[in-house]
Design a protein around this ligand. Structure first.
Ligand SMILES: [Zn+2]
Length: 207
């Protein structure tokens, strides 16, 4: 006898990652996936980390202006209690700002039958692994490496360039510059490998 088709037929448990530099459309892609879910009868819950205080709380914000409601959490361990059996899809934005425990949480959610979708920067401005993203990529069923366009040559960009602005001049931030630069503003650009500059980076002048 043919099994009755249920709405959950469209649910594929697993871990899916959207990663790349800034301005590569990761959050936008995450929002697109979360918005599609109700059309397949799937229920969504989304999370964003509290450390990201650059933007409005309780929403995922993409560079192109799209927004999606999200629960702001301070630690990955808060997520498990907030996901109920009725949730099918768990969206997590800014995965790079989470603690390393996020991988265990994602694994547990997938074992509970959820589809978990994480967006985040895989490299920090130094070009080094950012938070739990590298381990999440290794754990994931699906990894989408996204690209932006290099601010210098407009070719594909995989790196995030930190810029400090001093007296109106835009110069590459040093490897060891603190997060808050006294007397300077910080800005970010997408760059290709050739144009990604990290003065003071151990062993290299450039990436
Ligand atoms: Zn370039």
């Amino acid at each position: 006898m043919k099994e009755r088709i249920t709405e959950k037929e469209h649910l594929h448990p697993g871990l899916e990652i959207f990663c790349g530099p800034m301005f590569s459309g990761k959050s936008s892609q995450l929002i697109t996936e979360l918005r599609r879910a109700p059309h397949a009868g799937l229920k969504v819950i989304a999370f964003t980390p509290a450390v990201d205080d650059r933007r409005e709380k309780n929403t995922i914000n993409s560079d192109d202006g799209a927004q999606y409601p999200a629960v702001t959490v301070h630690n990955s361990s808060e997520i498990l209690d907030l996901v109920s059996p009725e949730h099918d899809i768990v969206g997590i934005d800014e995965g790079n700002f989470f603690d390393m425990g996020l991988t265990d949480i994602c694994r547990e959610l997938v074992l509970r039958g959820k589809r978990v979708i994480v967006a985040g920067l895989d490299k920090d401005f130094r070009g080094e692994p950012f938070g739990p993203m590298a381990v999440l990529k290794q754990e994931a069923e699906d990894v989408h490496s996204m690209h932006a366009f290099c601010n210098v040559c407009h070719r594909e960009a995989s790196f995030t360039q930190r810029i400090k602005i001093i007296d109106g001049k835009r110069i590459p931030a040093n490897y060891d510059d603190p997060l808050i630069l006294v007397g300077a503003e910080s800005d970010y650009e997408a760059r290709c490998r050739q144009h990604h500059e990290v003065p003071g980076r151990p062993g290299k002048n450039k990436s």
